[in-house]
Design a protein around this ligand. Structure first.
Ligand SMILES: Cc1cc2nc3c(=O)[nH]c(=O)nc-3n(C[C@H](O)[C@H](O)[C@H](O)COP(=O)(O)OP(=O)(O)OC[C@H]3O[C@@H](n4cnc5c(N)ncnc54)[C@H](O)[C@@H]3O)c2cc1C
Length: 420
């Protein structure tokens, strides 16, 4: 499309969940809509979500309770959720023959555990609504005059004109999926306030080097105690994941924002209790029974029923018990030390990983500059924003995709309704 000018009613920049949903809703009104995406496919990040399983929403149908998950900015989402909340997202996919299931914590997934099923349903909807999709097309800049976007220029030389423009270019995390912050730059250039961006839902880097040996190991039912300057601050039970630099997994991501704040105030330590369901006395008895049954077995081979293989060498090492010792010869004192180790593996947090590794970017286009009833900019007359680019972020559990679908839907509807 080099040097060609093409005209549309609505041009949407960014083909992630927010842009796609905006396209579907705008196309439904019969508008002539284009989605411009720089990757060769739509929804590159969507395919990574939920570990490839795509946690599309959270089955929290009470809007007030839903909003409470998004912190102080949550109430901005009221209109978007009222029109197209979790119930509507679920009906939308079910009406496209996508079977869904609800898991622990009301998290909604496609029944076949494939993010691609969700993407396919979205793309097929776009086709039905006759939305034009332009891939491998990076928007380079916007041209604005008299408080209006006039044109957008593509890197390949193409020019697109539209009556209304919707920016859905995402945040700053996982840049390889396309979200490199271009939309934030354009918003700033057009005088929108940008709230400081930071990592939300991000893994932790720890000082201990042994984590690298456990890379990829996911452990369920672990109790984590977070201490700031030796004072207990947070206690959580759930799933953790060891990475080559530290820790990730649902509970870690969920408390990462608070840990980020603590790191500004002093030393942050994590204490892992590997068996939170067993009190010290019960765990000791369990170990004594196990050792009694195993008699002549060597200590290094004796913990298989209690722990996954990968972590056993570490526990043996921390216990300072000779791995070649027969379990029948392990002393009372040594058993107590082993219990102590199992319930108190200490790690020191070095830092949060950067925004590039965050599941979502906090901050973005200020909500002060967007009308929550329409998603329209209060500064540029024919411009709308939706998705992660705006100053909204939620916890894990399907809340971020829901916010993208809802704001995208509202932006698409409002832009279409304003067409002359
Ligand atoms: C690993 C991972 C797992 C996640 N899992 C979940 C989950 O299970 N549930 C959940 O609710 N949330 C999850 N999230 C968060 C969720 O994926 C995002 O919040 C959501 O994708 C944001 O949607 P968006 O459309 O605003 O932006 P994106 O999905 O980032 O889409 C933006 C699009 O804009 C395009 N773009 C950018 N600049 C330009 C340009 N100049 N020209 C043309 N196109 C451009 C990009 O290429 C990209 O395709 C996860 C995130 C990550 C990283």
């Amino acid at each position: 499309m080099r040097n060609l000018e093409e005209k549309f009613d609505i041009a949407i920049i960014g083909g992630g969940p927010a842009g796609i949903m905006a396209g579907i809703r705008a196309g439904e009104s019969g508008a002539n809509v284009i989605i411009i995406e720089k990757n060769s496919i739509l929804g590159k990040k969507l395919l990574l979500t939920g570990g490839g399983r795509c946690n599309i929403t959270n089955a929290e149908f009470d809007i007030k309770r839903l909003i409470s998950h998004y912190g102080k900015n949550g109430s901005f989402l009221y209109n978007a959720f009222f029109l197209f909340g979790p119930k509507e997202v679920i009906s939308f996919f079910e009406s496209k023959d996508v079977k869904l299931k609800v898991e622990r914590g009301k998290r909604v997934f496609p029944a076949d555990n494939k993010a691609n099923t969700i993407l396919k349903a979205l793309i097929s909807s776009l086709k039905k609504k006759k939305v034009k999709v332009l891939v491998d097309a990076e928007v380079h800049r916007l041209s604005c005059k008299d408080k209006k976007v006039k044109k957008i220029f593509l890197k390949n030389g193409g020019v697109i004109l539209a009556q209304k423009y919707i920016i859905t270019t995402g945040g700053l995390s996982y840049k390889e999926t396309g979200s490199t912050g271009a939309g934030l730059r354009w918003a700033k250039q057009t005088n929108h306030k940008i709230e400081e961006t930071s990592a939300s839902l991000v893994p932790l880097k720890t000082r201990e080097l042994w984590v690298k040996d456990l890379q990829g190991l996911a452990l369920k039912n672990i109790k984590i105690t977070v201490k700031l300057n030796n004072k207990k601050k947070i206690e959580k039970i759930g799933e953790i994941l060891f990475t080559h630099f530290g820790l990730s997994g649902p509970i870690i991501l969920g408390i990462s924002k608070e840990i980020g704040e603590m790191l500004k105030k002093g030393e942050v330590k994590l204490v892992l209790d590997m068996k939170p369901g067993l009190e010290i006395r019960t765990l000791k008895r369990r170990i004594e029974n196990d050792f009694y049954k195993q008699g002549n077995r060597l200590f290094k081979n004796s913990l298989n029923e209690l722990f996954p293989k990968m972590i056993i060498p570490l526990i043996i090492d921390f216990s300072k018990i000779d791995p070649q010792k027969k379990v029948s010869e392990i002393t009372k004192k040594e058993k107590s030390r082993l219990v102590e180790v199992i319930k108190n593996i200490e790690m020191t947090v070095d830092s949060l990983m950067g925004v590039e590794l965050a599941i979502v970017t906090a901050g973005g286009v200020s909500l002060r500059d967007i009308d929550s009833k329409t998603m329209k900019s209060k500064i540029i007359d024919n411009l709308f924003f939706a998705g992660e680019i705006i100053d909204i972020d939620g916890p894990t559990g399907g809340f971020n995709l829901q916010a993208s679908f809802s704001t995208g839907h509202l932006a698409g509807k409002s832009a279409a309704e304003e067409l002359k």
